[in-house]
Structure formats: structure tokens, C-alpha cells
Design a protein around this ligand. Sequence first.
Ligand SMILES: Cc1ncc(C[n+]2csc(CCOP(=O)(O)OP(=O)(O)O)c2C)c(N)n1
Ligand SMILES: [Mg+2]
Length: 343
Amino acid sequence: MSTKKIEAKYDSKKTTDVLKRADELNLSKDDLINMYRTMVKIRKFEQMADQLYAMGKVHGTMHLSAGQEGVAVGTGSVMRPEDYLLNHHRGHGHFIASGADVNKMMAEFLGKKTGYCHGRGGSMHIADVNANNLGANGIVGGGIELAVGVGLAIQMKGTKRVVLVIFGDGAANEGIFHESLNMSAIWNLPVVYLCENNHYGMSAEVGRVSSKVPFKARAEAHGIPGFFIDGNDVLAIHDIMKQAIEHARSKKGPVFVEAETYRYFGHSKSDRNLYRTKEEIEKWKERGPIKRFERLLLKADVITEENINDINKEMEQVIQEAVDFAERSPEPNVDNVTEWVYA
Ligand SMILES: Cc1ncc(C[n+]2csc(CCOP(=O)(O)OP(=O)(O)O)c2C)c(N)n1
Ligand SMILES: [Mg+2]
């Protein structure tokens, strides 16, 4: 067993040469372009979902993750199909980055029979158990302890799988967070905890409601290696998540990664954004994950302005096709409404 430590391959603030960074991370130009494409795909999907919501076509509420695509794509790019994913209410990007079919996602948003959960779940409850995507959770922190159970199952079966659980900064203030970290640490379970710190719970700023930030200190207190990463730097996330997942896979126990990022939209559809200023949102948009990566790719001549336009148009087309698929799909039947709801 190697004793290699998890550490960033470069200082992302100093190294602006994207090709040099890609080289260190064993990523090709195509890999970089695919990461960019997936971030754009997520953004376009959510912009469309927002429009459909305004048209009254999406039922229930919705939690948009625009601004957080770097975390989703940096992570999705290192997960293997056999690894398990558990995530939370703001999970559209995580699913798309892990290869979900946007047609089935859009159908689920519109409550259609062809959706991932046959139209029963909506935006907040997408799952695809056959693809090891164990589902999002509307209960804040609800995925964290499930991950401990999944980690224990992996260990008992003796497979080389890993479970990744994604949750917010708000969830890291719950008791279950500590119980789960403690238990996974004493049992040395293959769990990777990814805390997406977007600076707010519903409206409470993280520093106002958390005794100690960054949260990595809490993981370290449980004997778990903890990392605090710039979540708007897709390559930095890719780098650390790759090492974190391999650490857990090689039976070295759980890892905790905190990715600092920011959401552009309100918490959910009823949020009037009264707890933060427009200036603050604009400041974060300027250092958003898509914009930043785009600048680096342009600077290194990996893509051109024309390529960017083409990718944006192509993704709009992909998402429009998903909407068409969802609109054409049949509604679920009332007579079997409880099917797939109870086990
Ligand atoms: C157990 C529980 N408590 C409260 C809520 C209401 N609630 C929904 S989302 C949310 C904030 C969660 O914040 P965070 O974990 O930072 O995730 P984010 O929404 O920022 O992605 C709250 C309090 C809930 N759904 N479940
Ligand atoms: Mg949050």
C-alpha cells in the first residue's frame, strides 16, 4: 500500500497555463474540451428548467446549482461507473456530470412516465439505482448517513468500490455529519465526503452559523484527511477528487473535501434573495467556473470564440431535444400512482 499523501499538483492561483496543468493531471485537450462542454450542458439544462418552471410546467420546487458546475464536472470526471453516488437537493449538475440522460431528467422534471422516477420524484429526487446513482435527498444531510451504510456494504462485500456523498455547508452543521464521520473513521470505510460550500444554507451565511470554517478541521478532528479546495476551478476539483477517490478505493479510509463555490439563483423558487447584495452575486459571477475555464482555454488556444459559440448552440439543441422528448412523453397513470413509491 502506498503512503502517498493527497496534495494539490499545483497552486491554481499561480499556474494559469492550462496545458501545463492538464499535462500534470494526464488530461488531453479533448478531456479539457469535454469538461467545458459538460459545464455548459448543465448551465443550459438549468436555464431551460428555470424557464419551464416559470411556465408552470415543473411541479414542486427546484434548487438550481448555476455557478457550481465546476464541482460537479471536476468530480464527475473522476468517478468510475461502479462507484456509488448520493447527493442532495441541489443535484442537477452532479447527475449530468456523472453521465445522466438529460431526456429522462427533463421528463422527470415535467412529471412524465419516461422520467428517471416515472414522474414520481421531480427535480429533487432523481435516482438511477442501476447506474449506482442512489439518489438525491430532500432531507438536508439525509445522504450522509446512507453513505456510511453503503460504505459498510462495500467493505463487507470486499469490492473495490467507493461511495461519494455530496452535501452542502448547511448539512455540515447537523449532528448526523459528526456521527457519520466518526463511524466511517473507526470502521475505515471507503466514503468520500464532498461538502459543496456555496456560502449559504437557505439564507444564513456560512460563517454566521458555523463554529469553525473551513469545515475540514471537523473532519481532521475525526482523524479523516480534510481538504479545502477552490470549487470554481474545475481542474483543482478534478485533481483532489481523483486522489480522494483513489485513497478511499485503496482501503485507506474516508476522505473529506470541501469545495468553495457560489450559487447564482436563490435557494429555491420562493427565495427573494434579500440576504445578499447584487454586488456580491456579480463578484462571484466574474469568477464563475465556466467563465474562468473559458478564459484559460482561450488563452492557451485550446478553443476559439467560434468553438465556444458552437458548443453553446449545440448544448442548447441537446436541451431543446430533451424538452421535446419530455413534452411528447405520456403522463403517469393515476391507477398505479403508488407503484415505485413503496418497497
Ligand atoms: C432536515 C432538514 N432541515 C431543514 C430543511 C429545509 N432546508 C432545505 S435546504 C436547506 C438549506 C441547506 O443548505 P446547504 O446544506 O448549505 O445546501 P444548499 O441549499 O446551499 O445547496 C434547508 C434548511 C430540510 N429540507 N431538511
Ligand atoms: Mg449551502
